[in-house]
Design a protein around this ligand. Structure first.
Ligand SMILES: Cc1cc2nc3c(=O)[nH]c(=O)nc-3n(C[C@H](O)[C@H](O)[C@H](O)COP(=O)(O)OP(=O)(O)OC[C@H]3O[C@@H](n4cnc5c(N)ncnc54)[C@H](O)[C@@H]3O)c2cc1C
Length: 350
């Protein structure tokens, strides 16, 4: 069996050179950040080369007065968050988990639970530097919060799973840390919890998160201490646990349809985490039939469902039916990675 060569560049230029070489020799490349979520895409053999971004972990600039942070993409996200917290600042759009890198969070478009108030993680990126598949270093966007015109490559790179290029550096827009923060929740029947969820999303004082899980509703409030008090019918609770199964499917439906999805999931005993007001839902699944069942509901409600994490048997069809923009996606990939060397198992509908 062929052995994968592991490379750990320490500069963006070095990384770009490795990609140029791989393109010239037609060697397939897997990109690894923290490696916390490698069970993704179609099952298949690993690439010929694995490029690890862990050597790119410099803090380039933290400008507290401008609320911006520029870092290399291999920096662990927990380190970035600890640094900004010291200055009373936060990156609330991101899913922060131990071991994940900034580049991995951005490449997977991993918005956290606070997306309801803070927006998606793609909205936090002011500037991005990526090394394309053929080894060009491209800088897009600007380091200031003021708008920049031109192609929106930062938004293209976020969520592209390293299939267009390797993110080497980013400038993030930060938020002030709230003075107080707290989770409040309630149990009860599904109808009752759905009513509480709708009231929390549409009522005054927008929560940072409204999370429905089997048998519970929990909301997180943030702001001045006087605003962080239990909403009617709720009491202090904690960060709700994520659904755990053999694998995890991520569903996106139009936000008003999330209640309908929750009814179906709860009826059939799936563990799930529905993010109200946003329209996304993580569902624990144990087999391919579970993936197909959840996907059929998602598609029926006007949405989609992809396998985020799971063993090979769950990922024979990780993405489901292709979207209408498929031809455009292919042209973009050809422009960024002409030899098609990057993250092959993660290229959707190849
Ligand atoms: C398969 C999968 C399952 C997930 N499951 C959950 C879940 O159950 N619950 C939840 O809340 N969140 C989940 N997430 C989100 C998860 O928290 C983030 O994806 C995670 O933070 C990624 O960080 P990492 O550094 O470990 O990335 P890695 O696992 O190392 O890489 C993730 C992807 O990003 C690419 N990549 C990494 N670094 C770069 C870079 N610098 N440039 C370009 N591409 C890069 C890799 O090639 C790979 O495709 C999941 C994401 C994925 C992809």
């Amino acid at each position: 069996m062929a052995v994968t060569t592991v490379l750990t560049p320490s500069t963006a230029e070095e990384l770009a050179g490795m990609l140029r070489e791989a393109t010239a020799s037609g060697r397939r490349v897997d990109v690894v950040g923290g490696g916390t979520r490698s069970r993704a895409g179609r099952p298949g053999p690993p690439g010929d080369v694995e490029i690890r971004t862990g050597g790119l972990r410099r803090i380039v600039a933290h400008e507290p007065q401008d609320l911006t942070l520029t870092v290399e993409a291999g920096l662990p996200v927990t380190e970035a968050v600890a640094l900004t917290a010291g200055a009373g600042q936060d990156w609330p759009q991101a899913e922060v988990r131990d071991g994940s890198t900034i580049g991995g969070v951005l490449a997977t478009g991993a918005s956290g639970r606070r997306r309801l108030r803070s927006g998606a993680v793609r909205d936090s990126v002011l500037q991005i530097v990526i090394a394309t598949g053929d080894g060009r270093l491209v800088t897009a966007g600007g380091r200031t919060v003021k708008g920049v015109s031109g192609f929106d490559i930062p938004r293209l790179a976020v969520g592209s799973r390293g299939t267009l290029g390797v993110i080497t550096q980013v400038t993030l827009k930060l938020w002030p840390l709230p003075e107080a923060r707290g989770w409040f929740g309630a149990g009860g029947g599904l109808e009752e919890r759905l009513a509480l969820a709708r009231a929390a999303v549409t009522g005054a004082g927008r929560p940072t998160a409204v999370i429905l899980t089997p048998g519970r509703i929990d909301v997180e409030l943030a702001g001045p201490p006087d605003d962080v008090v239990p909403p009617p019918g709720m009491e202090p609770s904690g960060d709700p646990p994520a659904p755990v199964g053999t694998g995890v499917v991520e569903v996106g439906v139009p936000p008003p349809r999330l209640g309908d999805l929750s009814v179906l999931l709860e009826d059939e005993g799936f563990a799930y985490e529905a993010r109200f007001g946003v329209g996304t839902c993580l569902v624990a699944v144990d087999d391919a039939a579970g993936v197909a069942r959840v996907r059929s509901w998602a598609v029926g409600l006007g949405g989609h469902a992809g396998v985020l994490d799971g063993p090979d048997g769950l990922r024979e069809d990780p993405w489901g039916p292709p979207p209408p923009g498929l031809a455009l996606m292919r042209r973009l990939r050809d422009a960024f990675d002409p030899a098609g060397i990057l993250n092959g198992r993660l290229v959707p509908w190849a």
